[in-house]
Design a protein around this ligand. Structure first.
Ligand SMILES: NC(=O)c1ccc[n+]([C@@H]2O[C@H](COP(=O)([O-])OP(=O)(O)OC[C@H]3O[C@@H](n4cnc5c(N)ncnc54)[C@H](OP(=O)(O)O)[C@@H]3O)[C@@H](O)[C@H]2O)c1
Length: 281
């Protein structure tokens, strides 16, 4: 159990998933610290800064590695700079946290796979096609060498009501403006709230190894746009699909291990989208 002497640590508490985890632990009264790289915030931890500057306690029950450069375009444009954060320093931090007793939960992605095969399993070899995916696969490989006290959790697309794309489209549709969703780009949606619960459960059971969290199917961005238009009672005429500028992965799904599917059952994609759109006013 986490205690004041052995709190849970969330690295990257200002990000989407880190913030959700922090709020949930706080609401449950679990001793929990969330790092920030922002001035005046504590514990301060900037992966771009030297490890000696990281504000770490002596002991942790569990640590979630949620910080990193998460924009695919940034990883392509600045491979060395982003690899320093997403691989080198992340590994260095994991080692330090391991020495402090933490069970480590590393957040990874379906993009460690090329997306040519639906439902890759945890035993399939990663074959990333993007710098972001390569960095995640590299970090995974080294983290796996740290042993059983590390969980590598590969997530598909985490959706939530404040998604910029959803808000932009909703605004445009209300103004009856044309939108151009990609007809050839898919995602396997999992809700932020589910991800937060599943991660907490993994940390609490201290189940190591590679874990997949995914919906049971993919959804295209075009179909999301149509569902949104229906929800807002806007004519589908304003939806003008287009092809993505570059070829995109055919599949975004992951196969859950049988034991995880029983414990961490994700909602069906259609239910996730229905819930998501119910929040759009
Ligand atoms: N969201 C998804 O759909 C999804 C899917 C698969 C995997 N993941 C993985 O899950 C993890 C969390 O994702 P997320 O969506 O919560 O990401 P996010 O919202 O982009 O948050 C990333 C966090 O990392 C922090 N960060 C960036 N550079 C840093 C540095 N040099 N030192 C310390 N912190 C730094 C950011 O700080 P600032 O807030 O100060 O910029 C931000 O708080 C990531 O590893 C991501 O790759 C996410």
């Amino acid at each position: 159990m986490a205690s004041a002497d052995h709190p849970v640590l969330i690295v990257g508490g200002d990000g989407l998933i880190g913030r959700a985890l922090h709020e949930s632990y706080r609401a449950a009264g679990v001793p929990c610290l969330a790092t920030s790289r922002r001035a005046g915030q504590h514990p301060r931890l900037d992966l771009a800064a030297l490890p000696e500057t990281w504000e770490l306690a002596d002991s942790y029950r569990a640590a979630f590695l949620c910080a990193g450069r998460t924009k695919l375009a940034d990883c392509e444009a600045y491979p060395a700079e982003t690899a320093l954060i997403n691989v080198t320093r992340t590994i260095e931090l994991a080692r330090k946290l391991g020495e402090r007793g933490a069970f480590i939960v590393f957040l990874s992605t379906n993009l460690v796979f090329d997306g040519n095969k639906a439902f890759p399993t945890v035993d399939d070899a990663p074959n990333p096609t993007t710098s972001y995916g390569q960095q995640k696969a590299e970090a995974e490989k080294i983290l796996r060498e740290l042993g059983e006290r590390v969980a590598i959790v590969r997530l598909t697309k985490v959706v939530h009501p404040a998604m910029p794309l959803l808000l932009d489209w909703a605004g445009a549709l209300r103004r009856r403006e044309v939108i151009h969703p990609y007809s050839d780009m898919v995602f396997s949606p999992i809700p932020l709230e589910y991800v937060s619960r599943a991660l907490q459960s993994i940390a609490s059971c201290q189940t190591g190894g590679v874990i997949h969290l995914s919906a049971e199917t993919d959804i295209s961005y075009e179909s999301l746009a149509h569902s949104l238009a229906t929800r807002l009672d806007v004519s589908p005429d304003v939806i003008q699909p287009q092809l993505a500028p570059a070829p995109t992965p055919r599949f975004g799904t992951l196969r859950l291990r049988t034991e995880d599917a029983a414990l961490l059952k994700p909602p069906a994609a259609a239910e996730t989208i229905r819930e998501l759109l119910s929040t759009v006013k």
